[in-house]
Design a protein around this ligand. Structure first.
Ligand SMILES: Nc1ncnc2c1ncn2[C@@H]1O[C@H](COP(=O)(O)OP(=O)(O)OP(=O)(O)O)[C@@H](O)[C@H]1O
Length: 323
């Protein structure tokens, strides 16, 4: 339902999102997880059609957001980090206005508003002016807005930020319920948020997708380590030599990177996280021993480790807030 291919966005010379690709299918709740400034909001705004990509493709429910923006946007409900609400409108009025903008048929509008307000638990405030709402209620009016007309794709930017523990629980329940027959992408910088609602996560850091998988897979990945190595010589031969080492679990060629002619970049994963430095030495020795040149050797797990330590800090903050 959500298809993203090689998506990039630059603000001037700064690359906020770099070559990001992923899919989200119906029946999945996927966490878009990364520390502050990783490029999450920028990506979600592009998915929602509010920001043009510098390059890459986005399809929502089969429609390209650049070529068929109306059809694509009809398929999705988007909750931005801060919803642009009209302070002088009552909640019901505001949602009815939004339903009209979203082309929910006139006859179905009142029912759609009622349903979304109930699901987002703002129905008890339906006749209150938006400017009188607490932060948590405003946040959930934004959520009700995203649910209007029951689009099959939901894109939610930090949907539980600013909510109290009860509200967080309710929103998580809603996401789990809707996730059964919708495609949902949720951005968050808190690991426990993903654990609570998501079937898998995409981990972003400094604009790049650095890992993806279930939480268990990501934890496993964090423990494993490896290296990135630039080799001068035939890639297939280098791969064969590296894969033959018993300490190596997997080796692949990173074709996405442009290298000087006759060189290849290999991504090597170790069997075990311990003793990484010794394994690196053995990898280099095996390649050099076979007459291949080694241009560059960089340990790999560090970046994911760093991302997780930042995400775990987010967990501690959340625990403090909820305590
Ligand atoms: N309009 C803009 N002009 C220039 N730089 C921007 C703009 N919007 C965002 N950025 C930069 O792009 C990077 C990614 O920002 P983004 O808001 O997408 O991150 P994020 O992962 O959503 O972070 P947060 O969790 O803090 O919202 C940041 O370094 C930010 O400063």
């Amino acid at each position: 339902m959500i298809e993203v291919e090689r998506l990039s966005k630059s603000y001037g010379a700064f690359r906020a999102v770099s070559d990001v690709s992923f899919h989200v299918e119906r029946g999945e709740v996927v966490g878009f997880l990364g520390p502050n400034g990783a490029g999450k909001s920028t990506t979600l705004r592009m998915l929602a059609g509010f920001l043009g990509p510098s390059s890459g493709r986005i399809r929502i429910g089969g429609h390209d957001i650049g070529e068929e923006p109306l059809l694509a946007r009809e398929k999705l409900g988007y909750m931005p980090e801060t919803s642009p609400l009209y302070p002088e409108m009552r909640v019901r009025e505001y949602l009815a206005f939004r339903a009209e903008l979203k082309r929910v048929p006139r006859g179905a509008r009142a029912r759609a508003v009622e349903r979304a307000a109930e699901e987002a638990r703002v129905d008890d405030m339906a006749d209150v002016l938006v400017r009188h709402l607490s932060k948590g209620y405003r946040q959930r009016v934004g959520l009700a807005d995203a649910l209007l007309g029951d689009p099959p794709v939901l894109i939610l930017d930090e949907p539980t930020a600013g909510l109290d523990p009860n509200q967080i629980r309710e929103v998580r329940e809603l996401v789990r319920r809707r996730g059964k027959d919708h495609a949902i992408l949720i951005s968050t910088h808190i690991l426990s948020e993903v654990e609570a609602t998501c079937s898998r996560a995409l981990v972003v850091a400094r604009g790049k997708l650095v890992a993806s998988g279930t939480i268990e897979e990501l934890r496993e990945m964090r423990r494993a380590s490896g290296l990135r190595i630039v080799v001068r010589g035939e890639a297939a031969r280098a791969l064969g030599i590296v894969r033959a080492l018993p300490e190596v679990a997997e080796a692949t060629v990173d074709a996405g990177r442009t290298q000087a002619p006759e060189t290849a970049e290999l991504l090597v994963e170790y069997q075990r996280a311990e003793g990484g430095a010794e394994v690196a030495e053995r990898v280099v020795a095996a390649l050099v021993g076979a007459g291949l040149g080694v241009r560059e050797v960089v340990p790999r797990a560090a970046s994911l480790e760093q991302v997780f330590s930042e995400l775990t800090r987010g967990d501690e903050e959340a625990a403090e807030v909820q305590a």
